[in-house]
Design a protein around this ligand. Sequence first.
Ligand code: 5GP
Ligand code: MG
Length: 173
Amino acid sequence: MRTLISESEVREGVQRLASEITATYGDGPLTIVGVLTGSVVLLADMIRLLTMPLRVGVVQASSYRGATSRGPLVINSDLMPDIAQHDVVIVDDIFDTGNTLAELIELMQKLGPTSVRTAVLLRKTGQQEVAIKPDFVAFEIPNEFVVGYGLDYRDEYRNLPYVGALDPEDLRS
Ligand code: 5GP
Ligand code: MG
């Protein structure tokens, strides 16, 4: 495992995200919707840096069928708060192809929010397959499989306090 982004760098990145969100929404109010499961660590750290009136909810989206190979995207919005006439920021761990956030934005737009923006810890350079871009990004990373700070490989490593890269020979798909 190679460290890609250290614990202190992650902390600075999360502070940048919170500052940008604060600059955009001022005194709020704001609704944050975290994408399960990868966003939980970022969600917990980031919301504590935000001081406007805040509601927090979650939505589940998963596209991984094998450990690193992609299946169809499945969204479960049963736990999502009412977002009609609210400013919403969707929070996810990583923007890769962008399909997950693009579909979530489309789903949420139908529910009548005032606005929908997206915040991610990581964006993989050159992988984007959709027209949308995340509004708030802490780090650009190369196209490697990363784990830690919420990101898993076979449901492990989510608890690492830093972001590490796994080498292709360590991955079974
Ligand atoms: P997208 O729909 O943007 O292609 O993929 C977003 C989702 O794929 C993320 O929420 C995350 O669950 C997963 N993902 C994409 N790249 C990686 C990676 O390098 N490591 C891990 N653990 N998950 C990833
Ligand atoms: Mg995810």
